[in-house]
Design a binder for this molecule. Sequence first.
Ligand code: KG4
Ligand code: ZN
Length: 340
Amino acid sequence: MARILGIETSCDETAAAIVDDRTEVLSSVIASQIEVHRAYGGVVPEIAARHHVEAISPVVRRALDDAGCTFDSIDAVAVTSGPGLIGCLLVGISAAKAIAWSRRLPLLAVNHLEGHVRSAFIEQPQIEYPALALVVSGGHTALYLCPEEGVYRTLAKTRDDAAGEAFDKVAKLLGLGYPGGPVIERISRGADANAFELPQAQMKDGSLDFSFSGLKSAVRRLVQDEGLVDAGADGEVPQRARDLAASFQKSVIRVLVKRTLRISRRESVRSVLVTGGVACNGALRAAFEEAVSREDLSLYIPAPRYTTDNAAMIAAAGFLHLDRGAHAGLDLNADAAMKL
Ligand code: KG4
Ligand code: ZN
């Protein structure tokens, strides 16, 4: 049985976790910088990197304390090496290297997207292959076919905005602050999702890739035409803005569900995994559950604490690298545009 310390600093969460035996999470600490970036309406890379520098040591210390262990009982250190913000990634990588070097531990370089896919296995280690994994977050929207453990084939990805990014931008237009996903979800509850006819978030050329920029532009035009710019800035959100948010959310969910199910049938997969920050969305979860109930498929959506960025998923993915003996060297570098 092995024990891995995971470290994640690719965006605006400084996170560390201790995971035993692949999926037993002993601790998972997340220091979020949302409050810091809220004033700017989005993540400011330089500020994020500086906050990671301040937070990383206390966060790692807390993860060890919460797990009731010390560096002596760790068998390897897994760290996100990309994709993400370069200055942010480097903070986690430097910390992981220092720990690995001083304790003579294997260093494991984990792709953040592999971490999101593996997040589904934390609570459900017995997921059957072949599986189709949707990663839907603030930086990524992609579908990966996993024919077996540790193998990922990209079947579709976004050509422009990620789904979470579209939520964030629509929220910004309506003056609802950052991050957009949770507030759009909240104001959409009980609103009329059929009030606005919005374009499907998909490619015109028939490709299976996603595209959210047309939808976003349509929402922007409606926000202007209806006089809803910054409509929610002082607390009370007008009904028309709530209906627009609900219509937007429905349009995003519809394309994600339809595309995922279409590819799952084509590839005859046994399992569908929905991961990443947007998978927190209750309406999205319900839509997937409803759609999958009519198929011969198992659906896995992690608990919200494992869908948004966290280090437990990085440690969990690290076990696959440890099993293969795929150790990184101390010359490990960050790769901001790393592919899965
Ligand atoms: O996975 P994540 O924490 O970070 C990235 O790797 O990007 O995802 C963050 C994204 C943000 O765009 C945020 O607006 C979105 O996830 N998000 C949501 C919800 N909660 C977070 N989107 C829709 N509904 C939510 N409830
Ligand atoms: Zn992420």
